[in-house]
Design a protein around this ligand. Structure first.
Ligand code: NAP
Length: 245
């Protein structure tokens, strides 16, 4: 299937490892021009090489070192991508997940930090990128969140709270920009084999998804034929989530 991504300008944050990197690679494989963002320069350089190698002969992969939760950085990375590519067509907001903790254990400071990383940063990135998409009357915003938005985890209450806030925002944001040709969706991973899951102690023997496959789902949601998919929260979890929504 032709995803219609050739030459599209994509910005993927949290993209030096794991699901963000896999999404950047999948977009590059389908011909998009890709800017990647993460905090650590060394892994960002490795990711830059990996995305360049995956791309269809492009040499214009852009790597931007930034913490998307820091003041003004969401806006800066969008500006850099717009300047480099002449605009942004595709935005994949992503950042690291919060630490584990039950609902009665988490502090106000931890809740604020999770809200910054897993809700507000995505909204700021989307807000900054929207004018470029509206000018082209074409845009795709695909936020990486978690399957826990549909079935809250008893051990990841910070994630539950921050990401459901983002989902609520996406539902209304999508309707507001539908007429501009801009879609806004969530993609909700279940267990995938990444550093994040290893740091949380592994899968406990459960089947895990391949990040490369996850990246291709993101590329589809950002594609031309996904033009009528908006306001959706698509779980990619091998059927693990039991919620009906
Ligand atoms: P990961 O392996 O820990 O990778 C996170 C990526 O984001 C890295 O490139 C990291 O690089 C970057 N990053 C973290 N914080 C950042 C920030 N503030 N600003 C910019 N870049 C930042 O995580 P993952 O497993 O790919 O997961 C991605 C997201 O999906 C996370 O929010 C995670 O909680 C969620 N999720 C994952 C799974 C899974 O099974 N893997 C399941 C459900 C939900 P630097 O540290 O260098 O910045």
């Amino acid at each position: 299937m032709d995803l219609g991504l050739e030459g599209r300008a994509a910005l993927v944050t949290g993209a030096s490892k794991g699901l963000g990197l896999a999404s950047a690679i999948a977009l590059a494989q389908d011909g998009a021009r890709v800017a990647i963002v993460a905090r650590t320069a060394s892994t960002l350089a490795d990711a830059h090489a990996a995305v360049t190698a995956a791309s269809t002969g492009r040499t214009d992969v852009l790597a931007i070192a930034a913490d998307v939760t820091a003041h003004g950085e969401a806006e800066r990375v969008v500006t850099e991508a717009v300047e480099a590519f002449g605009g942004v067509d595709i935005l994949v907001p992503n950042a690291g997940g919060p630490p584990p903790g039950g609902a009665w254990e988490v502090t106000d400071d931890a809740l604020r930090a999770a809200f910054e990383a897993n809700c507000l940063a995505s909204i700021r990135l989307a807000r900054a990128a929207l004018p470029s998409m509206q000018a082209r009357r074409w845009g795709r915003i695909c936020c990486i969140t978690s399957a826990w938005v549909k079935q809250p985890s008893p051990y990841l209450s910070l994630s539950n709270v921050a990401r459901t806030g983002l989902w609520a925002w996406v539902k209304t944001a999508a309707a507001d920009v539908a007429a501009d040709g801009v879609t806004v969706n969530l993609v909700c991973p279940g267990l995938h084999d990444t550093d994040r899951i290893r740091a949380l102690g592994g899968s406990g023997g459960a089947r895990m998804g391949d990040p490369a496959d996850f990246g291709k789902v993101v590329a589809f949601l950002c594609s031309e034929p996904a033009a009528f998919v908006s306001g959706a929260a698509l779980q990619v979890d091998g059927g693990a989530t039991l919620g009906l929504l």
